[in-house]
Design a protein around this ligand. Sequence first.
Ligand code: GLN
Length: 239
Amino acid sequence: MCKPLRIGHLYPELLNLYADKGNIQVLVHRCQWRGLTTEVTPVYGTDTYHLQNFDLVLLGGGSDREQELVAQTLYPRRQEWQSAISDGLPLLAICGGYQLLGEFYQLADGHKVPGLGILDMQTVVSQPRLIGNIGIDSPWAGRIVGFENHGGRTTHHHNPLGQVLHGHGNNGIDGQEGVHFQNVIGTYIHGPLLPKNPQLADFILQTALDYAGGNLILPPLPDNLEKAAQQAFMERRLR
Ligand code: GLN
């Protein structure tokens, strides 16, 4: 593929908890190491954008205040988002961004922040916050590790990203974490997510390359350090 892979980074000034933008760095470098080029477009709150100009979109996490600001610009465009996702647009959404894919995010005072309605999913804030290291097992991406910090409890009947091995996940009750729907991956896992989970980074990149019509299979990278970091985490947490 000679065209650059076009990555849209939505609202980096608002949704960047725990350095979620590090996920973009991983995607860019894993392309570079294979001789592939990328074009990253930060999209700020007031910018005009068209989802058809991206091969992959990232929505990071944020505080309740920042989520509300983002929701005000997202909600009026929900039809465009819904049709882009049903056309197969790859999207990685983390924590606050993940919550905004559902019907609503209900705050402690009962006020509902409206979501994009892409997923049949609801999130309600409760105490205590669900904080700490998390490890999950995904049927197609293997072990995924990272860090979570959310007040929201999320419920849905879509396929989860994985089953919780250590930590809380979607709601601390049903043992499920995240979502995998069409080419959307939603998750509570920060870290940032992708540096410690190279297999997930490559899954997302391959999906984006396929969506872009690149007709290219990503060759494997060594990933020895990344795999050792992941292994060390699992051994410490699951002893
Ligand atoms: N504000 C949301 C919550 O507390 C999301 C937080 C986050 O993105 N880490 O549930």
